[in-house]
Design a binder for this molecule. Structure first.
Ligand SMILES: *Cc1c(COP(=O)(O)O)cnc(C)c1O
Length: 357
Protein backbone atom coordinates (compact mmCIF):
# COMPACT_ATOMS: atom_id res chain seq x y z
CA UNK A 1 0.00 0.00 0.00
CA UNK A 2 1.19 3.52 -0.77
CA UNK A 3 2.35 5.42 2.30
CA UNK A 4 1.50 9.08 2.74
CA UNK A 5 4.11 10.60 4.99
CA UNK A 6 2.74 13.48 7.09
CA UNK A 7 5.58 13.43 9.65
CA UNK A 8 6.66 16.74 11.16
CA UNK A 9 10.38 16.08 10.90
CA UNK A 10 12.43 14.36 9.68
CA UNK A 11 9.82 14.42 6.99
CA UNK A 12 8.88 13.68 3.43
CA UNK A 13 11.48 14.41 0.75
CA UNK A 14 11.05 14.55 -3.03
CA UNK A 15 11.46 11.24 -4.88
CA UNK A 16 14.15 13.05 -6.87
CA UNK A 17 16.16 13.71 -3.69
CA UNK A 18 15.88 10.11 -2.55
CA UNK A 19 16.77 8.62 -5.93
CA UNK A 20 19.76 10.88 -6.56
CA UNK A 21 21.05 10.33 -3.03
CA UNK A 22 20.60 6.57 -3.33
CA UNK A 23 22.61 6.61 -6.57
CA UNK A 24 25.37 8.70 -5.00
CA UNK A 25 25.50 6.40 -1.99
CA UNK A 26 26.68 3.72 -4.43
CA UNK A 27 28.59 5.74 -7.01
CA UNK A 28 29.14 9.43 -6.41
CA UNK A 29 29.75 11.64 -9.45
CA UNK A 30 31.34 8.79 -11.37
CA UNK A 31 34.09 8.34 -8.77
CA UNK A 32 33.24 4.68 -8.21
CA UNK A 33 33.05 5.57 -4.50
CA UNK A 34 30.16 6.33 -2.19
CA UNK A 35 29.39 9.94 -1.27
CA UNK A 36 29.70 8.58 2.29
CA UNK A 37 33.33 7.62 1.80
CA UNK A 38 34.95 10.43 -0.18
CA UNK A 39 36.88 13.33 1.27
CA UNK A 40 34.85 16.45 1.87
CA UNK A 41 37.81 18.22 0.27
CA UNK A 42 37.62 16.18 -2.93
CA UNK A 43 36.83 18.34 -5.94
CA UNK A 44 33.57 16.42 -6.41
CA UNK A 45 32.30 17.19 -2.91
CA UNK A 46 33.55 20.78 -2.88
CA UNK A 47 31.44 21.24 -6.02
CA UNK A 48 28.38 19.90 -4.16
CA UNK A 49 28.88 22.33 -1.30
CA UNK A 50 29.43 25.27 -3.64
CA UNK A 51 26.43 24.48 -5.78
CA UNK A 52 24.19 24.04 -2.73
CA UNK A 53 25.23 27.41 -1.34
CA UNK A 54 24.79 29.11 -4.72
CA UNK A 55 21.33 27.61 -5.20
CA UNK A 56 20.20 28.82 -1.77
CA UNK A 57 21.26 32.31 -2.85
CA UNK A 58 19.49 32.02 -6.16
CA UNK A 59 16.23 30.55 -4.86
CA UNK A 60 15.85 32.98 -1.96
CA UNK A 61 17.32 35.99 -3.76
CA UNK A 62 20.01 36.41 -1.11
CA UNK A 63 21.61 39.86 -1.57
CA UNK A 64 25.33 40.69 -1.70
CA UNK A 65 27.01 40.80 1.67
CA UNK A 66 25.42 37.61 3.00
CA UNK A 67 27.05 34.21 3.47
CA UNK A 68 25.27 30.89 3.16
CA UNK A 69 26.59 28.16 5.45
CA UNK A 70 25.83 24.50 6.07
CA UNK A 71 26.61 23.80 9.71
CA UNK A 72 25.70 21.11 12.25
CA UNK A 73 24.01 21.05 15.63
CA UNK A 74 20.52 21.74 14.29
CA UNK A 75 18.39 24.79 14.83
CA UNK A 76 18.91 24.15 18.55
CA UNK A 77 22.56 25.16 18.33
CA UNK A 78 21.53 28.31 16.48
CA UNK A 79 19.42 29.26 19.50
CA UNK A 80 22.72 29.96 21.25
CA UNK A 81 24.97 30.85 18.32
CA UNK A 82 22.65 33.69 17.33
CA UNK A 83 22.89 35.61 20.63
CA UNK A 84 26.53 34.64 21.11
CA UNK A 85 27.43 36.32 17.81
CA UNK A 86 24.88 39.13 17.69
CA UNK A 87 23.66 40.10 21.16
CA UNK A 88 25.69 42.84 22.80
CA UNK A 89 23.25 44.99 24.75
CA UNK A 90 19.67 43.97 24.17
CA UNK A 91 17.56 41.69 21.99
CA UNK A 92 13.81 41.28 21.49
CA UNK A 93 12.08 37.91 21.15
CA UNK A 94 8.57 36.95 20.11
CA UNK A 95 7.38 33.87 21.97
CA UNK A 96 5.08 31.83 19.76
CA UNK A 97 5.84 28.28 20.84
CA UNK A 98 8.17 25.67 22.22
CA UNK A 99 11.00 26.43 19.80
CA UNK A 100 10.64 30.19 20.17
CA UNK A 101 10.79 29.86 23.96
CA UNK A 102 13.85 27.66 23.74
CA UNK A 103 15.56 30.30 21.60
CA UNK A 104 14.60 32.93 24.18
CA UNK A 105 15.94 30.80 27.02
CA UNK A 106 19.36 30.48 25.36
CA UNK A 107 19.58 34.23 24.74
CA UNK A 108 18.94 34.82 28.44
CA UNK A 109 22.08 32.91 29.37
CA UNK A 110 24.20 35.77 27.96
CA UNK A 111 25.14 39.09 29.39
CA UNK A 112 22.69 41.54 27.89
CA UNK A 113 19.01 42.23 28.20
CA UNK A 114 16.41 40.01 26.56
CA UNK A 115 12.92 41.42 26.08
CA UNK A 116 9.96 39.14 25.40
CA UNK A 117 7.84 41.49 23.27
CA UNK A 118 4.79 39.22 23.32
CA UNK A 119 3.79 35.65 24.01
CA UNK A 120 0.85 33.44 23.07
CA UNK A 121 1.59 30.97 25.86
CA UNK A 122 -1.62 32.03 27.65
CA UNK A 123 -3.62 30.09 25.03
CA UNK A 124 -1.26 27.18 24.46
CA UNK A 125 0.31 29.10 21.56
CA UNK A 126 -2.76 28.75 19.33
CA UNK A 127 -2.45 32.26 17.86
CA UNK A 128 0.16 34.78 16.70
CA UNK A 129 0.37 37.85 18.96
CA UNK A 130 -0.39 41.12 17.18
CA UNK A 131 0.38 44.78 17.88
CA UNK A 132 3.48 44.13 19.90
CA UNK A 133 6.17 46.77 19.97
CA UNK A 134 9.79 46.01 19.18
CA UNK A 135 12.04 48.58 20.86
CA UNK A 136 14.21 50.49 18.41
CA UNK A 137 17.33 50.10 20.57
CA UNK A 138 17.69 46.30 20.37
CA UNK A 139 20.45 44.54 18.47
CA UNK A 140 17.89 42.31 16.75
CA UNK A 141 14.36 40.96 16.84
CA UNK A 142 14.07 37.16 16.91
CA UNK A 143 11.00 35.23 15.83
CA UNK A 144 10.00 31.78 14.62
CA UNK A 145 8.25 31.98 11.26
CA UNK A 146 6.43 28.66 11.52
CA UNK A 147 5.46 27.03 14.80
CA UNK A 148 5.78 23.38 13.88
CA UNK A 149 4.12 22.05 17.03
CA UNK A 150 1.16 24.47 17.30
CA UNK A 151 0.42 25.00 13.60
CA UNK A 152 0.71 28.77 13.44
CA UNK A 153 2.76 30.71 10.92
CA UNK A 154 3.88 34.26 10.27
CA UNK A 155 3.53 34.41 6.51
CA UNK A 156 4.86 37.91 5.94
CA UNK A 157 8.15 39.39 7.06
CA UNK A 158 7.26 41.46 10.17
CA UNK A 159 7.81 45.20 9.88
CA UNK A 160 10.04 46.25 12.78
CA UNK A 161 12.60 49.01 13.27
CA UNK A 162 15.59 46.67 13.71
CA UNK A 163 17.27 43.80 11.82
CA UNK A 164 15.61 40.44 12.27
CA UNK A 165 16.82 36.97 13.20
CA UNK A 166 14.53 34.13 12.26
CA UNK A 167 14.20 30.42 12.89
CA UNK A 168 12.73 29.25 9.56
CA UNK A 169 13.30 25.56 10.22
CA UNK A 170 9.87 24.41 9.13
CA UNK A 171 8.90 26.81 6.36
CA UNK A 172 12.09 27.84 4.63
CA UNK A 173 11.78 27.59 0.82
CA UNK A 174 7.99 27.35 1.12
CA UNK A 175 7.55 30.96 -0.04
CA UNK A 176 9.58 34.07 -0.94
CA UNK A 177 11.34 35.94 1.88
CA UNK A 178 12.97 39.38 1.83
CA UNK A 179 16.38 38.30 3.11
CA UNK A 180 17.64 41.90 3.22
CA UNK A 181 15.54 42.48 6.35
CA UNK A 182 17.44 39.82 8.28
CA UNK A 183 20.81 39.67 9.96
CA UNK A 184 20.41 35.92 10.32
CA UNK A 185 18.14 33.16 9.07
CA UNK A 186 18.60 29.57 10.18
CA UNK A 187 16.89 26.27 9.58
CA UNK A 188 17.51 22.63 10.40
CA UNK A 189 17.52 20.75 7.08
CA UNK A 190 15.15 17.98 8.12
CA UNK A 191 11.81 19.65 7.45
CA UNK A 192 11.86 21.27 4.06
CA UNK A 193 15.33 20.60 2.72
CA UNK A 194 17.05 17.29 3.24
CA UNK A 195 18.12 14.57 5.64
CA UNK A 196 18.73 15.58 9.25
CA UNK A 197 22.28 16.52 10.19
CA UNK A 198 22.77 19.79 8.33
CA UNK A 199 21.69 23.27 9.40
CA UNK A 200 21.31 26.03 6.87
CA UNK A 201 22.49 29.47 7.98
CA UNK A 202 22.20 32.72 6.02
CA UNK A 203 24.07 35.50 7.76
CA UNK A 204 24.77 39.14 7.00
CA UNK A 205 28.51 39.60 7.21
CA UNK A 206 28.39 43.21 8.37
CA UNK A 207 26.31 42.18 11.43
CA UNK A 208 29.24 40.16 12.78
CA UNK A 209 32.23 41.26 14.83
CA UNK A 210 30.26 43.73 16.93
CA UNK A 211 30.06 41.82 20.19
CA UNK A 212 32.80 42.12 22.77
CA UNK A 213 32.53 38.64 24.27
CA UNK A 214 35.04 36.02 23.13
CA UNK A 215 33.43 33.48 20.81
CA UNK A 216 34.75 29.91 20.67
CA UNK A 217 36.10 29.12 17.20
CA UNK A 218 33.50 26.56 16.21
CA UNK A 219 30.65 28.81 17.35
CA UNK A 220 31.84 31.90 15.51
CA UNK A 221 30.06 32.37 12.16
CA UNK A 222 33.19 34.08 10.84
CA UNK A 223 35.12 30.80 11.14
CA UNK A 224 32.65 29.06 8.86
CA UNK A 225 32.42 31.97 6.43
CA UNK A 226 36.22 32.09 6.09
CA UNK A 227 36.34 28.35 5.47
CA UNK A 228 33.39 28.00 3.08
CA UNK A 229 31.53 25.72 5.55
CA UNK A 230 34.55 23.38 5.57
CA UNK A 231 36.31 24.42 8.77
CA UNK A 232 35.62 20.92 10.02
CA UNK A 233 34.04 17.96 8.25
CA UNK A 234 30.58 18.99 7.11
CA UNK A 235 27.57 16.64 7.14
CA UNK A 236 28.35 15.43 3.64
CA UNK A 237 25.35 13.22 2.90
CA UNK A 238 22.77 15.68 4.30
CA UNK A 239 24.36 18.48 2.26
CA UNK A 240 24.28 16.28 -0.84
CA UNK A 241 20.60 15.48 -0.19
CA UNK A 242 19.80 19.15 0.40
CA UNK A 243 21.38 20.04 -2.93
CA UNK A 244 19.11 17.56 -4.70
CA UNK A 245 16.03 19.16 -3.12
CA UNK A 246 17.25 22.60 -4.17
CA UNK A 247 17.71 21.37 -7.75
CA UNK A 248 14.21 19.86 -7.65
CA UNK A 249 12.75 23.11 -6.37
CA UNK A 250 14.48 25.16 -9.02
CA UNK A 251 13.13 22.85 -11.73
CA UNK A 252 9.62 23.34 -10.31
CA UNK A 253 9.93 27.10 -10.66
CA UNK A 254 11.35 28.08 -7.26
CA UNK A 255 9.76 29.43 -4.11
CA UNK A 256 7.07 31.53 -5.80
CA UNK A 257 5.82 28.48 -7.71
CA UNK A 258 5.90 26.15 -4.70
CA UNK A 259 4.09 28.75 -2.60
CA UNK A 260 1.05 28.42 -4.88
CA UNK A 261 1.02 24.66 -4.42
CA UNK A 262 1.49 25.03 -0.66
CA UNK A 263 -1.46 27.42 -0.51
CA UNK A 264 -3.59 25.01 -2.52
CA UNK A 265 -2.75 22.04 -0.29
CA UNK A 266 -3.40 23.99 2.91
CA UNK A 267 -6.68 25.38 1.59
CA UNK A 268 -7.86 21.90 0.64
CA UNK A 269 -7.21 20.48 4.08
CA UNK A 270 -8.44 23.44 6.16
CA UNK A 271 -11.61 23.51 4.05
CA UNK A 272 -12.24 19.87 4.85
CA UNK A 273 -11.59 20.43 8.56
CA UNK A 274 -14.17 23.25 8.49
CA UNK A 275 -16.67 21.17 6.55
CA UNK A 276 -16.33 17.84 8.35
CA UNK A 277 -18.64 17.60 11.37
CA UNK A 278 -16.11 15.55 13.37
CA UNK A 279 -12.99 17.72 13.27
CA UNK A 280 -11.93 21.22 14.17
CA UNK A 281 -8.86 23.40 13.86
CA UNK A 282 -7.02 24.44 17.04
CA UNK A 283 -6.07 27.79 15.46
CA UNK A 284 -9.15 30.02 15.36
CA UNK A 285 -7.91 32.84 13.15
CA UNK A 286 -7.41 31.60 9.57
CA UNK A 287 -4.72 34.26 9.08
CA UNK A 288 -2.57 32.56 11.75
CA UNK A 289 -2.88 29.04 10.37
CA UNK A 290 0.26 27.32 9.19
CA UNK A 291 0.46 26.07 5.61
CA UNK A 292 3.18 23.64 6.67
CA UNK A 293 1.71 21.96 9.77
CA UNK A 294 -2.05 21.62 9.84
CA UNK A 295 -3.29 20.77 13.34
CA UNK A 296 -6.77 19.37 13.89
CA UNK A 297 -8.57 17.65 16.73
CA UNK A 298 -11.84 15.78 17.15
CA UNK A 299 -14.74 18.00 18.13
CA UNK A 300 -15.59 17.41 21.82
CA UNK A 301 -18.69 15.37 20.95
CA UNK A 302 -16.55 12.96 18.93
CA UNK A 303 -13.57 12.90 21.29
CA UNK A 304 -13.92 9.18 21.98
CA UNK A 305 -13.38 8.45 18.27
CA UNK A 306 -9.82 9.80 18.22
CA UNK A 307 -8.15 6.42 18.39
CA UNK A 308 -10.59 4.95 15.87
CA UNK A 309 -9.74 7.69 13.37
CA UNK A 310 -6.06 7.25 14.00
CA UNK A 311 -6.31 3.49 13.36
CA UNK A 312 -8.48 4.00 10.28
CA UNK A 313 -6.04 6.54 8.82
CA UNK A 314 -3.10 4.19 9.48
CA UNK A 315 -4.95 1.36 7.76
CA UNK A 316 -5.15 3.59 4.67
CA UNK A 317 -1.41 4.30 4.60
CA UNK A 318 -1.40 7.62 6.47
CA UNK A 319 1.84 7.97 8.47
CA UNK A 320 2.99 10.51 11.06
CA UNK A 321 -0.40 12.10 11.73
CA UNK A 322 -0.21 11.95 15.50
CA UNK A 323 -0.22 15.44 17.01
CA UNK A 324 2.58 16.60 19.28
CA UNK A 325 2.03 15.57 22.88
CA UNK A 326 1.58 19.19 23.97
CA UNK A 327 -1.41 19.70 21.63
CA UNK A 328 -2.85 16.22 21.05
CA UNK A 329 -5.10 15.35 18.12
CA UNK A 330 -3.58 15.26 14.68
CA UNK A 331 -0.93 17.11 12.74
CA UNK A 332 -0.61 16.82 8.99
CA UNK A 333 2.69 18.29 7.84
CA UNK A 334 2.39 19.50 4.25
CA UNK A 335 5.97 20.42 3.46
CA UNK A 336 7.11 21.25 -0.08
CA UNK A 337 7.63 17.60 -1.03
CA UNK A 338 4.08 16.55 -0.01
CA UNK A 339 2.10 15.88 -3.20
CA UNK A 340 -1.42 17.26 -3.65
CA UNK A 341 -2.59 13.66 -4.16
CA UNK A 342 -1.55 12.72 -0.62
CA UNK A 343 -3.50 15.65 0.81
CA UNK A 344 -6.50 14.47 -1.21
CA UNK A 345 -5.97 10.94 0.10
CA UNK A 346 -6.13 12.26 3.67
CA UNK A 347 -9.28 14.22 2.89
CA UNK A 348 -10.86 11.07 1.43
CA UNK A 349 -10.04 9.21 4.63
CA UNK A 350 -11.61 11.98 6.75
CA UNK A 351 -14.76 11.95 4.63
CA UNK A 352 -15.07 8.18 4.69
CA UNK A 353 -14.63 8.15 8.46
CA UNK A 354 -17.33 10.75 8.82
CA UNK A 355 -19.74 8.65 6.73
CA UNK A 356 -18.96 5.44 8.61
CA UNK A 357 -19.53 6.89 12.05
C1 LIG B 1 12.31 21.13 14.39
C2 LIG B 1 12.48 22.54 14.79
C3 LIG B 1 13.55 22.95 15.60
C4 LIG B 1 14.56 21.97 16.17
O1 LIG B 1 15.48 21.67 15.22
P1 LIG B 1 16.76 20.76 15.54
O2 LIG B 1 17.41 20.73 14.20
O3 LIG B 1 16.25 19.43 15.99
O4 LIG B 1 17.56 21.43 16.56
C5 LIG B 1 13.67 24.29 15.89
N1 LIG B 1 12.80 25.19 15.42
C6 LIG B 1 11.75 24.82 14.65
C7 LIG B 1 10.80 25.87 14.17
C8 LIG B 1 11.57 23.50 14.32
O5 LIG B 1 10.53 23.13 13.55
Amino acid sequence: MKKHNFSAGPSILPEFTKEKTAEAILNFAGTGLSVMEVSHRSKEFVAVMEQARELVKELLGVPEGYSVLFLQGGASLQFLMAPMNLLEKKAAYLNTGTWASKALKEAKTYVGEVVEVASSKDQNYNYIPKNYVVPADVDYFHYTSNNTIYGTEILRDPVVPVPMVCDMSSDIFSRPVDVSKYDLIYAGAQKNLGPSGATLVIVKESALGKVTRPIPTMLDYRTHIANDSMFNTPATVPVFGSLQTLLWLKELGGVAAIEKVNQQKADMLYDEIERNRMFMSTVADPADRSRMNVIFVMKPEYAELEKAFSDFASSRGMVGLKGHRSVGGFRASLYNAMPVESVQALIDVMQEFEKNN
